[in-house]
Design a protein around this ligand. Structure first.
Ligand code: ADP
Ligand code: ASP
Ligand code: MG
Length: 406
């Protein structure tokens, strides 16, 4: 007997028929005696609909109230799925994040999971129930409802799997696994049978929305076997796993991209020790994550400083930088939101030279101008104008031969 955590995303529970289909799949999975915990997202489009409602009242709704609002989407799905399972003659119980004491910190909208009370779930499982849990949500120590960031149900599922020491965490979605890049952008993308935690983590953090980054972090940290599968087709999906000898030996395993980039530049900053921390301190205090940072070589005692943030944080970051600019007596602050980031990822890069050259040449041959570059041991990222996103991804996919069988 195994204990399996399954997660179904928005599209997979997007209508009553699909919820009934999920109920049938879940019930089938228990036929061999396995115990099942099912984590669900809101019905597709629902979270966006709720955010739009809030924005009709105000531009920047208070994060606490926004969490109360957006967490309702998942509460609808758990109730409906639990009903569908019971209607098919099986025992099921639904739980919100608060009910299973999914404790998080108080960073509304991007809360981190601290602890889960596994006892209730375990008791219910042992009484023959299928457990249906609302993804994406928890509560802080004061009992305020929190949410885990977009795509957060993946992380709820992995965290529950870790807490219960489940045998596998299965993420059911609208594609049949992890591909070399988003198959909606490059139809020639190839499904991977396996990918390492390290590569998946890099792909997720560079924008591949197939898994929320924290879910991969969690799975790697607690060694939760994680698999991405289709809700609609049979198949083995993609296993996210530790590195082993049988892994495909491709140098580049995938291309990730992020459309949600924006860039801020503060120019004419008096160049002196401490400027980076003076400029970025207030940004990080506002809980805004900074991604790429570039400080230009200083000329005549002043320098330019550029960094990128998520587009959602752009307005707030600009406001903060304008204030900082006055304080440090900089010349001006400029910014743009028409940029995207494309990255190539692969553990094989460690032992291969010339990857960056291949990348830059392939982009140049297509007339794609690179605005920013950043590298690490297993990835190279470039920021380009958003009009080049599709072309850039396809160009690199082909330049590294990803469409072919490795
Ligand atoms: P869910 O609602 O089930 O959580 P998501 O929309 O969050 O689904 O994630 C699935 C989507 O991720 C796919 O439809 C696909 O467009 C996108 N995606 C991005 N990168 C990849 C990739 N490398 N492999 C597969 N799908 C990807
Ligand atoms: N419903 C949330 C979202 O749309 C969480 C999730 O689907 O994972 O981001
Ligand atoms: Mg998702």
């Amino acid at each position: 007997m195994a204990l399996i955590v399954q997660k179904y995303g928005g599209t997979s529970v997007g209508s009553i028929e699909r919820i009934q289909h999920v109920a049938a799949k879940v019930i089938k999975a228990t036929e061999n005696g396995d115990q099942l915990v099912v984590v669900v997202s809101a019905m597709s489009g629902e979270t966006n609909r709720l955010i739009t409602l809030a924005n009709q009242i105000m531009d920047r709704p208070p994060a606490r109230e926004l969490d109360v609002l957006v967490s309702t989407g998942e509460q609808v799905t758990i109730a409906l799925l639990s009903m569908a399972i019971q209607q098919a003659g099986h025992k099921a119980r639904s739980y919100t994040g608060t009910q299973i004491k999914m404790l998080t910190d108080d960073a509304h909208g991007k809360a981190r999971i601290l602890d889960i009370d596994a006892e209730k779930i375990t008791n219910d499982l042992n009484n023959g129930n299928i457990i249906v849990v609302a993804g994406f949500q928890g509560a802080d120590e004061q009992g305020n409802i929190t949410t885990l960031g977009r795509g957060g149900s993946d992380t709820s599922a992995v965290a529950i799997a870790a807490a219960l020491k489940a045998d596998e965490c299965q993420i059911y979605t609208d594609v049949d696994g992890v591909y070399t890049t988003d198959p909606r952008v490059e139809p020639k993308a190839r499904k991977l049978d396996k990918i390492t935690f390290e590569e998946m983590l890099e792909m997720a953090s560079l924008g591949s929305k197939i898994l929320q980054i924290r879910s991969v972090e969690f799975a790697g940290k607690y060694n939760v076997p994680l698999r991405v599968l289709s809700s609609f087709e049979e198949g083995d999906g993609t296993l996210i796993t530790l590195e082993d000898d049988q892994m495909e030996s491709a140098v580049i395993s995938g291309i990730a991209f992020n459309r949600d980039e924006s860039q801020l530049t503060i120019s004419g900053v008096p160049d002196q020790p401490g400027i980076a921390s003076n400029l970025l301190g207030p940004i990080s205090e506002a809980n805004i994550e900074v991604d790429m940072i570039i400080q230009n070589v200083s000329e005549d005692g002043t320098t330019d400083f550029t960094f990128t943030v998520h587009r959602n944080d752009y307005d707030q970051a600009l406001e903060i930088m304008n204030k900082t600019s006055e304080q440090v007596k900089a010349e001006k602050v400029t910014g743009r939101q028409d940029i995207v980031k494309i990255s190539i990822v692969g553990v094989g890069m460690r032992s291969h030279a010339g990857i960056a050259t291949t990348m830059f040449k392939a982009l140049a041959d297509e007339g794609i101008n690179i605005l920013l570059i950043s590298t690490s041991e297993i990835k190279i990222s470039v920021v380009v104008h958003e009009k080049y996103l599709e072309l850039g991804v396809r160009t690199l996919h082909s330049a590294f031969g990803l469409e072919q069988q490795a």
